[in-house]
Design a protein around this ligand. Structure first.
Ligand code: CP
Length: 316
């Protein structure tokens, strides 16, 4: 069967993807997840290729899972941290850094940057596939894809689900990518948090908004909790973390409004006792570590699809 889905060169945003392109990532991610769970961990799809990851911000999950994904596909993985160990500390620009890395002939560039829009600046200036691993408070497309795979595994579909995202919506790239994806897939999305962290323009993305967390949790199939992104706030936007936890955190009192089969998600890193209690984070509704597991499978799918490999022909 020939490819009927528009081939992608880069993965920069979920906003730019069609529903079919999202479904292709999910289908291949699920294929890799099932294979890994049944004991296959090596897929010689990217043998002889090199993935370079250039990170201007800290990361545990995204960095680790891209490295494991690349290696499980047979690629070499080179990690560059834009701190004192690279020439970024001597004033080298993002474009010069990317062009110099590209001159070393890698096959992919994975970029995390604190500036919203940083990957777009490189799109027409580098020739190799570019993957956005999170840019400022703009988008984190691979996080939304792994979240979608996690939801799909639990419910079989995303269409028609009530999905609530709670926390620092204003500064969250995870929220933005998830809203785009979940709306494209037919979910009903509600965002919640203190008014200072709920941007008024979010409703133009087709989501409902409430500052009442009990209302936000009641009837939700999926509750996605977010960390407060203090590093992206110019001024104090909550009076204290203890008050935040009391009024907007997911603790046993607020979680008591969940349905029996509701799931609780969090992209990590967790701030236990700020946005979520340890009991709820580790409790029966939590799928937080499933999200991390799915991160490897989804990033394998992203690297495979961007490489142009005809997986539908070879894996059928
Ligand atoms: N979810 C996420 O992006 O986590 P890291 O910052 O650890 O990569």
């Amino acid at each position: 069967m020939g490819r009927i889905i528009e081939p992608l060169k880069h993965l920069i945003t979920i906003e730019d993807l069609t529903k079919d392109q999202i479904l292709e990532f999910l289908k291949l991610g699920k294929f890799f997840k099932d294979k890994i769970q049944s004991g296959t961990k090596r897929f010689p799809i990217l043998n002889g290729k090199t993935v370079v990851a250039l990170f201007y911000e800290a990361s545990t999950r995204t960095r680790g899972s891209f490295e494991i994904a690349a290696k499980q596909l047979g690629a070499d993985f080179v990690f560059m941290s834009a701190d004192a160990s690279t020439s970024v500390s001597k004033g080298e620009s993002l474009l010069d850094t990317a062009k110099n890395l590209e001159a070393m002939n890698p096959d992919f560039l994975v970029l995390r940057h604190s500036c919203s829009g940083a990957p777009q600046q490189l799109v027409n200036r580098v020739k190799i596939p570019l993957i956005n691993a999170g840019d400022g408070f703009h988008e984190h497309p691979t996080q939304a894809l792994l979240d979608a795979l996690t939801i799909q595994e639990q419910f079989g579909t995303i269409k028609g689900l009530n999905i609530t995202i709670i926390g620092d919506i204003a500064h969250s790239r995870v929220a933005r990518s998830n809203i785009h994806l979940l709306k494209k897939m037919g979910a009903k999305v509600t965002v919640s948090g203190p008014a200072t962290l709920l941007p008024p323009e979010v409703e133009s993305m087709g989501v409902a908004s409430t500052t009442n967390i009990e209302k936000a949790v009641s009837g939700a199939d999926v509750v996605m909790m977010l960390r407060i992104q203090f590093e992206r706030q110019n001024a104090k936007q909550i009076p204290s973390t203890s008050e935040y936890f009391r009024f907007y955190g997911l603790h046993e009192k607020n979680a008591s409004h969940l349905n029996q089969n509701s799931i609780i998600m969090h992209p990590g890193p967790l701030n236990r006792g700020v946005e979520i209690s340890p009991e709820v984070a580790d409790g029966e509704h939590s799928v937080i570590l499933n999200q991390v597991t799915n991160g490897v499978a989804i990033r394998m799918a992203v690297l495979t699809i961007l490489s142009g490999y005809n997986w539908e022909k070879n894996f059928s």
